[in-house]
Design a protein around this ligand. Structure first.
Ligand code: BG6
Length: 485
């Protein structure tokens, strides 16, 4: 199958930091279909050779195991092309169309790795130039919109040029192997399904913690904040994967229909429940990994009195028969104690304890980062016999499954998987427009409540696990975050 992959924003951060390394890995693993071309488009004048040199230099900053050697790069570089485009000029889209049509590849994937405020204009121009035939797909990278109205407006314009199945919305968390494993755990194994409900599960926690700060993206981040950057998309997508009903088939719309139902079942926020169930924080100076770091307000390009949140913790519920009354806690933040993404499923304790002194309930931890694995916490007899008072004391142990070790040679990174899926037209891991809009609808009352609250975010020390109020939020239900248990 021949393909043309066009990267708008071909010299930008996303392209060289994530997309090119992922494409190279796909190439190295022999997964990139033969007969492909990768065309980077950007504003400045360059030749193909100059662009290849630019990308080769950028590879020096990539994780060493993922760097190409000279021979590998030379072969990969043959796929790379460059074209100057002024994205406001209709004739430049005509030129692109001629370039694409001259070869007539089976599939054309247009990846918009540009600033999202250009998406409507680019999609409009692509449609006007006729670059939207049935063999064309457009890939939209987040953030898609700033709130419900802007997301709907983007969708309206995209829909004017592309059919739903041609518009692929990326949430790179869905490409992570751990998310595939979550689907496999739930729908490829019968073991957990009978337990996957309110009768057996006490609460579920999703943590997406980062130790990095906002880096050089202070201006972008300050317009965004943790709620829009991580909760509206990544955390909610993980929640849908955990809470959805078994889909009738492993097919894009079957899966996305079920995810949408979860989003529609989320308990809506009111002004009162935002005040009670949502905690926003902002990091101040501290120490992360032994290094002193500045506070958010001292980061480059951040306004002096910004109220932008770099941390969010919230409590919600999925209002349906399976999950009624089970709290779902979501938490994300920058400059936290570590880079750790996991989902913790806390099971209910035994109904009638016969082993005194051991109250711990079972826990399943689905680890996304830094490792990709599963941990099942159980209580077991150590074998040391009863205590002097004749009691059998149980100790916590865990069954650990490390997927990186189990399938060492076959692991595929998030962007690699999603780019290959986009080329092959597999839509299971892309977000449908109605899911995205529903996620905004749910988040919007939080944004509104914050806009009216002059209190601003609560400070937390960089290198901590966020404001104390985040622990209090969950302690109220008699629970604790994973690191406090
Ligand atoms: C992006 C956010 O979507 O996800 C970033 O915009 C964040 O702020 C990143 O750092 C985290 O992704 P990952 O894969 O490193 O956990």
């Amino acid at each position: 199958m021949s393909f043309d992959l066009v990267l708008f924003g071909g010299t930008g951060d996303l392209t060289w930091r994530k997309l090119m390394p992922a494409l190279f890995q796909a190439f190295r693993h022999g997964k990139l279909p033969a007969g492909g071309r990768i065309l980077a488009v950007a504003r400045d004048e360059r030749t193909d050779t100059e662009y290849r040199d630019y990308i080769r230099e950028k590879f020096a900053g990539v994780d060493e195991a993922k760097q190409p050697n000279a021979d590998e790069f030379a072969r990969f570089a043959e796929l790379l092309h460059y074209r100057r485009m002024d994205l406001s000029q209709p004739e430049h889209y005509q030129g692109l169309k001629q370039w694409v049509d001259a070869r007539g590849a089976d599939t054309v994937v247009l990846f918009l790795a540009t600033s999202p405020n250009l998406f409507p204009a680019i999609c409009g121009q692509l449609g006007a130039a006729g670059l939207n035939g049935p063999h064309v797909r457009v890939v939209l990278e987040k953030p898609l919109g700033h709130d419900l109205a802007s997301a709907q407006e983007i969708n309206r314009i995209v829909a004017g040029a592309f059919r739903e199945e041609q518009a692929l919305r990326i949430d790179h968390y869905l490409g992570k192997p751990a998310v595939q494993n979550l689907m496999a755990l739930r729908f490829g194994n019968a073991l957990f399904e009978p337990l996957w409900r309110r009768e057996s599960i006490a609460n579920i926690q999703i943590t997406l913690a980062e130790s990095i700060g906002v880096g050089t993206r202070g201006d972008f981040y300050d317009q965004t904040g943790a709620l829009r950057d991580m909760i509206q998309n990544h955390a909610l997508q993980l929640l849908t994967m955990i809470a959805m009903e078994p889909p009738p088939a492993n097919e894009a719309d079957a899966i996305r229909d079920e995810k949408l139902k979860v989003l529609k079942s989320l308990k809506p926020f009111t002004r009162e429940s935002v005040a009670r169930d949502v905690v926003r924080g902002q990091y101040k100076a501290g120490t992360v990994g032994g290094q002193a770091v500045v506070g958010y307000l001292d980061e480059a390009k951040v306004p002096a009195h910004s109220h932008c949140e770099t941390f969010v913790a919230l409590r919600t519920e999925v209002q349906n028969w399976r999950w009624a009354g089970v709290p779902f806690y979501l938490r994300t933040g920058k400059r936290l104690a570590g880079r750790e993404a996991h989902i913790v499923v806390n099971f209910r304790p035994v109904p009638h304890p016969i082993f005194p002194g051991t109250t711990r309930a079972n826990r399943l931890i689905i680890k996304l980062q830094p490792e990709d694995g599963l941990e099942l916490h159980l209580l077991a007899a150590k074998g040391g016999g009863p205590t002097s008072s004749g009691h059998e004391v149980l100790s916590p142990v865990s069954l650990d499954l490390d997927f990186d070790k189990a399938f060492a040679s076959e692991r595929v990174g998030g962007y690699e998987r999603l780019l290959l899926d986009a080329i092959a037209g597999r839509l299971n891991l892309f977000v449908r427009s109605d899911e995205q809009v529903q996620a905004w609808r749910w988040v919007e009352p939080i944004l509104d409540a914050w806009a009216e609250d002059s209190g601003g975010p609560r400070p937390y020390t960089a290198g901590s696990w966020g404001p104390a109020a985040a622990s209090a939020l969950i302690a109220r239900d008699g629970c604790a975050w994973a690191e406090e248990q």
